[in-house]
Design a protein around this ligand. Structure first.
Ligand SMILES: [Zn+2]
Length: 408
């Protein structure tokens, strides 16, 4: 938990110098100052996770000395961390209103106030504060990060791009990926209103920022599909899953579905080729499961059995692989006396599959069933990845389509 309190070290350093300067004493004597001793005691409480003791210490300090800037800043932060955001706002508003502050202090107090407003969900006031600070020499980066938070929350992607470009110019390494996703958000909105030209333009801008970005490839696949260019749609989708195999739960069902739109004589051969490439060259388990299903439905049992063996040799065994195995066994003539048992087993596995998390954030560990491009917990972009490619949402559809194919 120590890293949570890292921000405290800066005020400590600043305050130490400030105290020493105020009293005109050399640094080695500063720890004899009882006020600084109390301050350092408060920081020690924080490092020991004794937040209540720390809070009490800082409250007593500001009661004794109303003028201390740093102590007020920390006290406000402590209230904010405890969720007492109204008290944090009052403290920081009082600080901002002081006439004797330096420009740097006023900017720091305003920045704290902006963070309070963010946490309180008063986004228009947070925006106002951060806009005021975005060109200040000391707080510009914090203000731009605050504005990003506001615009991401409000889904104002054009403004988020404006802020991201400012931070990108300052060399922030994560910025190209974030800005690329803002363009992808705009592309998705354009797709929703069927503005394919705008969607294509935005996907292109995203890919220019992050070449090979899977989300941009997926968007290009969707655009190509709407324009009837199915093979191109398949190529973009295959490229996306090859580049990011752990997005397979999102992409493999789409590839299976896209192949249904190909001319009949090429459909299965093309799908087999795509799935084989993904399974053999990229190690995509979900593609192997789809391949096994395809072999089984087209009567190539030896191949299907081989793929099943590879799937079941994995650790952990993907639940979706077990489910496929049970569905297969259920129709074998030798087990027809046990169909009800196999059906119960199939249902148990299916229920388990439907109740488990499918994606995990590679940054913070958040888990969820649905895929989202921004982690709802840590707010990083493009960090959710499939846990073990378990997904069952299109299995029935894919099987039904293949059965139709066989009957033609
Ligand atoms: Zn996360």
């Amino acid at each position: 938990m120590i890293e949570d309190w890292f921000w405290l070290l800066l005020p400590v350093a600043a305050a130490s110098g400030w105290w020493a300067a105020r009293r005109g004493v050399p640094e080695e004597e500063e720890t004899r100052d009882p006020a600084l001793d109390r301050y350092l005691q408060g920081v020690r409480y924080l490092l020991d996770d004794r937040t209540d003791d720390a809070l009490q210490t800082f409250i007593e300090m500001v009661e004794v000395d109303h003028e201390t800037f740093e102590t007020h800043v920390i006290l406000g932060r402590l209230f904010r961390r405890r969720g007492e955001v109204d008290r944090a706002i009052r403290i920081h508003q009082n600080l901002v209103a002081r006439p004797a502050l330096t420009d740097a202090q006023r900017a720091q107090a305003l920045c704290e106030l902006g963070q309070d407003f963010l946490l309180a969900g008063v986004l228009d006031r947070a925006e106002g504060v951060f806009r005021e600070l975005m060109n200040s020499p000391n707080q510009a980066s914090e203000a731009l990060e605050g504005l990003r938070h506001v615009y991401e929350t409000q889904r104002e992607w054009d403004k988020a791009i404006e802020v991201g470009n400012r931070l990108r110019a300052e060399g922030s390494p994560q910025e190209p990926l974030r800005v690329a996703h803002y363009h992808c958000e705009l592309a998705s909105e354009a797709l929703e209103r069927n503005d394919l030209a705008e969607a294509s333009e935005r996907a292109g801008q995203a890919e220019a920022l992050v070449p090979g970005l899977s989300r941009a490839l997926l968007l290009k696949s969707e655009i190509a599909e709407r324009e009837g260019r199915i093979r191109e749609a398949i190529d973009h989708g295959s490229d996306a899953v090859a580049r990011t195999p752990r997005l397979a739960p999102l992409l493999v069902p789409r590839l299976e579905q896209l192949h249904q739109a190909l001319p009949g004589e090429h459909r299965l051969a093309a799908l087999e080729q795509v799935l084989t490439d993904l399974a053999e060259e990229r190690g995509v388990t979900m593609a192997r499961i789809a391949l096994m299903r395809l072999y089984r439905r087209t009567g190539r049992m030896d191949r299907a059995l081989h793929e099943l063996g590879v799937i079941l040799a994995q650790r952990p065994v993907p639940t979706s692989g077990l489910l496929e195995a049970v569905r297969w066994m259920k129709v074998l003539p030798a087990v027809q006396s046990y169909v009800s048992e196999f059906t119960a087993f199939e249902k148990a596995l299916s229920d388990q599959l439907r109740s488990q998390h499918l994606y995990q954030c590679t940054n913070c560990g958040y888990q969820g069933r649905g895929h989202v491009w921004q982690c709802p917990s840590c707010r990083r972009w493009d960090t959710l990845r499939g846990l073990d490619f378990d997904i069952d949402q299109t299995t029935e559809d894919a099987e039904a389509a293949l059965i139709r194919e066989e009957s033609h």
